[in-house]
Write a protein that binds this ligand. Structure first.
Ligand code: 5GP
Length: 236
């Protein structure tokens, strides 16, 4: 499969068309942004790590019955994926209070939540991805009730699978963001990425942050943290 034309350049990825109208190639960059583009930088080899970590986790999820857009990794930074029309929602799954939830509810980061929390944000950079609920989603017709129920079911199942898998690698899955799309026949599949850019990963023992918060919060050490995640997941 060869790249034909650049379709879109996002903050962390480029997307290319191929000879097959149902198939795209995603190309992961080292560019990093935070605060909706307010902070810009690069994290050396982030594109390679996010590409490989995403595909590794999506393969695990596929085996457990979660449909994803993944077709095939073709290079360190490039993956062939099924073309989807994206559902304009960011689905956030939280196990432990951190980030915006900790701020919003005045909780100390690291406070366990009595129950897994699911949140939806409307994917719109200009609006800063505002949080929405089921009523907004239905009113705006971003997806159907049946699609949203399936998205919620998949997201909670993904949380169970990934939390258990990562626990064995001494990584605590604090929270993460998912995106879904529709194939041309309407099937809902998991799309986008699952990486240290989109998840909070804490070392289970030391509670050290192994994710993009190191960049967002100017803590330093983000390159080593990303490398450590790849090493624990892929053994290299
Ligand atoms: P929070 O709402 O606390 O900022 O983020 C919750 C979780 O979702 C974190 O794991 C964070 O990485 C992820 N997340 C939420 N929004 C975005 C986004 O726009 N981009 C990325 N890369 N991750 C996001």
């Amino acid at each position: 499969m060869k790249k034909v034309k650049e379709l879109y350049e996002g903050k962390a990825k480029k997307v290319w068309t191929t000879e097959d109208p149902e198939v795209l190639i995603v190309d992961y960059k080292d560019d990093a942004t935070a605060g909706n583009g307010a902070k810009k930088g690069t994290i050396h080899d982030k594109g390679i790590i996010n590409n490989r970590v995403t595909n590794h986790l999506m393969k695990i999820l596929e085996k457990e019955g979660i449909p994803t857009h993944l077709i095939e990794e073709i290079s360190d930074r490039e993956t062939v994926v099924k073309k989807v029309s994206i559902v304009p929602l960011e689905v956030i799954v939280r196990n432990i209070a951190a980030g915006s939830l900790a701020n919003r509810l005045g909780l100390e980061e690291g406070t366990p939540l009595g129950k897994t929390v699911l949140e939806y944000c409307y994917k719109d950079d200009a609006l800063g991805d505002p949080m929405v609920n089921e009523y907004h989603i239905m009113a705006m017709d971003w997806c159907t009730k049946e699609e949203l129920d399936l998205i919620a079911e998949y997201s909670l199942k993904i949380n169970k699978i990934l939390s258990a898998y990562l626990k064995d690698l001494n990584i605590e899955l604090i929270d993460f963001k998912l995106e879904y799309g529709r194939l041309s026949d309407g099937t809902i599949v998991l799309a986008d990425e699952i990486s240290p850019d989109t998840c909070r990963f804490w070392d289970s023992v030391t509670k050290e942050k192994l994710d993009k918060d190191r960049f967002r919060r100017d803590m330093g050490g983000e390159e080593d943290a990303y490398k450590e995640v790849m090493k624990r997941l892929l053994g290299e």
